[in-house]
Design a protein around this ligand. Structure first.
Ligand code: BTN
Length: 239
């Protein structure tokens, strides 16, 4: 993968989308100073200092959108987990693509497709990872969060982390586009922190409550409500 480093940018996702034609397939755009980071559901992604990861992977798999592209965030989520494990931690996935360590969020993913004249110009897979922060900084975030230096007791080298992650991504990506979510389903489920628990999932303006029973071969969440009715959720957020 190519690395494209920017000293400062409002959002690596926004930059990647705006420059999609000139950025080659398989490039990781990253910065040490993201001034207006965006999260899922129109939320903001806080800037926690320069020694963290603010990055976007640019992918150009084909001119049309295939269903498997919607699972790319789950692939990246699994790869993030495997990379965190290399540092001796025990990450858990919060469906669909948040990673938590000891119940606190450590990374987030925001995927965006860029279309032009009915053609898919590219996919931007943005991710933020808390690598090196202080507890004081984390306490200012609106949800429980942690960082890899706090979990390991060691300072984390950003370039080394990106290298480990991109190596794993390269190894799996082509196979994943061919095989789909099924290829990683077992590895994903092994790290799922939400299964067999009572949860509430917000899907657009609806809320579903019940026990998370499984993740389907397409990466959807199976939920059984109190009337034993099964729901298959393709998108949503566990509250
Ligand atoms: C979320 O959990 O809400 C997703 C957060 C994604 C944040 C990353 S940081 C790099 C990239 N650029 C952005 O503006 N957002 C993503």
């Amino acid at each position: 993968m190519n690395l494209l480093y920017l000293e400062e940018i409002d959002s690596t996702n926004k930059y990647a989308k705006e420059n999609i034609t000139s950025i080659s397939d398989g490039t990781i755009v990253y910065t040490q100073n993201q001034t207006d980071g965006r999260g899922r559901l129109n939320r903001k992604w806080s800037y926690l200092g320069k020694d963290n990861i603010y990055a976007s992977i640019v992918l150009k798999p084909s001119d049309t959108i295939l269903p498997v592209y919607s699972n790319l965030t789950q692939l990246l989520c699994l790869i993030l987990c495997q990379t965190f494990e290399e540092y001796g931690t025990n990450p858990k996935i919060k469906w669909p693509n948040d990673v938590q360590i000891n119940g606190k969020k450590i990374s987030g993913i925001l995927a965006e497709a860029v279309m032009g004249k009915g053609v898919l110009k590219g996919i931007v897979l943005g991710f933020g990872v808390n690598l090196n922060t202080t507890q004081e900084t984390l306490d200012k975030i609106d949800q429980p969060a942690t960082s890899l230096n706090i979990e390991t007791g060691k300072t984390i080298d950003r370039e080394e982390f990106l290298e480990k992650l991109s190596t794993r991504f390269c190894l799996l990506y082509n196979k994943f586009i061919e095989g789909g979510f099924l290829l990683i389903r077992e590895d994903y489920i092994r790290r799922a922190g939400f299964l067999n628990k009572d949860i509430t999932v917000k899907v657009l303006n609806e809320k579903y409550c019940g026990v998370a029973t499984d993740v389907t071969e397409n990466g959807a969440l199976k939920l059984k409500d109190k009337n034993n009715k099964e729901h298959i959720l393709l998108i949503g957020d566990i509250l």
